[in-house]
Design a protein around this ligand. Structure first.
Ligand SMILES: Nc1ncnc2c1ncn2[C@@H]1O[C@H](COP(=O)(O)OP(=O)(O)OP(=O)(O)O)[C@@H](O)[C@H]1O
Ligand SMILES: [Mg+2]
Length: 146
């Protein structure tokens, strides 16, 4: 499907940049006139992906997160959140609801479940020691559809 808009930003993996990423995606999506619910869903999914990159990918190590956004002609928003952090040994296991490697930090292991629930598709690729990429697709309501 034809790409009608795109953008890419890279920012340091710091907690305060989580809201920056959320606002960025919301502003980008606004061009496609999404519903309030769609915007809330998108913000929540991005929040989980970026938080994971900060707290799990890099832990206390400094690094960058890249957010890539694409809007296609059929009103689908593609969001990619990638880091060059520690990576995930077993992606399938990590994506299971309630699985967490940080229970001592009172994490619930529900981030991937939230991303899955609030988007139309979720794909995670990762290589231990190399990093992780989370790709989500959200179909936005086409105002001209009847
Ligand atoms: N970007 C990442 N880099 C390295 N490991 C990751 C990354 N994202 C997720 N993980 C691993 O996958 C597990 C599950 O992630 P998920 O977001 O579902 O739960 P959580 O972050 O542990 O808890 P919650 O999101 O509910 O606070 C994490 O505990 C972590 O081990
Ligand atoms: Mg999480």
């Amino acid at each position: 499907m034809k790409t009608v808009n795109y953008m890419k930003i890279t920012f340091p993996a710091m907690a305060k940049n989580e809201s920056l990423a959320r606002s960025c995606v919301a502003a980008f999506a606004a061009g496609a006139d999404p519903t309030v619910e769609e915007l809330t869903d998108i913000r929540s999914a991005v929040c989980e992906a970026v938080t994971n990159a900060i707290v799990h990918g890099y832990r206390s190590v400094a690094g960058d997160i890249t957010l890539t956004l694409k809007m296609t002609e059929d009103n689908c928003l593609y969001i990619k959140v990638s880091d060059k952090g520690c990576g995930i040994e077993d992606v399938k296991k990590a994506m299971q609801p309630l699985y967490t490697t940080a229970p001592e930090e009172e994490r619930a292991g529900l981030g991937f479940a939230v991303m899955e629930a609030f988007t139309d598709s979720l794909r995670v690729t990762s290589r231990p020691g190399k990093g992780t990429a989370v790709i989500m697709k959200k179909k936005l309501t086409d105002k001209f559809e009847s």
